[in-house]
Design a protein. Structure first.
Length: 288
């Protein structure tokens, strides 16, 4: 690991976050607000549902804004400094995390939420944190943050793993699994409805080939996958909030994401990883 530890000192005061979906974006936005320099690593084709609050949309559109914070797509590490100087967050497509083989950040947060470890190790950064199941604290990473709703949500785990994924969404206004729609067929999706639309139960929201995607309940369409995406049968493609009066929630970070973000910041501060704006340092030297 000598190569990794000695290379890329320009990332010494940077926190890298793998993943830019809605839960990850809650953490990314909080880190930014706290003064950390953040670099987001994403896959080539993110599948976020709550796209209005997901920085990963920058992969497709070049930039994405979440609650007033702008994330901009970059092609390499060298472009990051310009984005940071502009007060923005850089995002780079790097599915395998190859960047972490060349550059060693102050901290790494695995927020892919794949329910399994896609290659993150403790050797990739001085401090490693993972969100949700699939990781063992003290083995795969230094810390794990619980993502299951309930009494232990956002609990910091120093030894062991988060609760296993149940596949059952959290209950809102008495609805749980009904809130989430899965692809009834495989193929290219063509969306009719858009995020924040009020939809009625049984209404056609999209088509996958000749197969309609119908609303499972009446409410506000909180999230739906990008139009034109190729989806496999059974894939999660939409999310409905039964509270029709809560349209604003489509454009704001969720309570769950905010709670998790607070625990990540707590871990960083407890381990001495200070915000860039507080240290004013890059590579151990005073910034201009």
């Amino acid at each position: 690991m000598t190569n990794v530890k000695n290379a890329g000192n320009e990332l010494k005061n940077v926190v890298i976050v793998r993943g830019g979906g809605d839960l990850a974006s809650g953490t990314i936005q909080r880190l930014y607000r706290c003064g950390y320099r953040v670099l987001v690593l994403e896959c080539e084709k993110p599948t976020a549902i709550r796209r209005m609050v997901s920085f990963c949309e920058a992969v497709y559109d070049g930039q994405s804004s979440v609650e007033g914070v702008l994330c901009r797509k970059v092609n390499n590490i060298q472009e990051c400094e310009t984005v940071w100087t502009a007060g923005e967050i850089p995002l780079m497509v790097d599915t395998a995390g190859d960047t972490l083989k060349k550059y060693r950040p102050a901290a790494l947060v695995d927020a892919i939420l794949a329910k399994r470890n896609l290659g993150t190790t403790r050797e990739m950064a001085d401090l490693t944190v993972a969100l949700g199941p699939g990781f063992v604290a003290g083995d795969d990473v230094d810390y794990v943050v619980e993502t299951m709703r309930g009494h232990n949500l956002a609990r910091v785990i120093t030894k062991g793993a988060a609760l296993p994924n149940t596949g059952v969404p959290g209950v809102i206004a008495g609805f749980g699994k009904e809130r989430v729609l899965h692809a009834p067929a495989a193929g290219e999706i063509h969306c009719i409805s858009k995020i924040a639309d009020i939809v009625e139960k049984g209404q056609i929201l999209a088509w996958i080939g000749d197969t309609p995607v119908r609303a499972s309940l009446t409410g506000v369409l909180r999230g739906i996958i990008r139009d034109g995406f190729m989806v496999p049968k059974g894939m999660k493609i939409a999310d409905i909030d039964p509270r029709k009066e809560q349209k604003k929630n489509c454009f704001t970070i969720s309570d769950k994401a905010r709670c998790i973000a607070g625990s990540v910041v707590e871990i960083l501060l407890s381990e001495g990883v200070m915000p860039y704006e507080k240290t004013g340092r890059i590579s151990g030297t005073t910034a201009d």
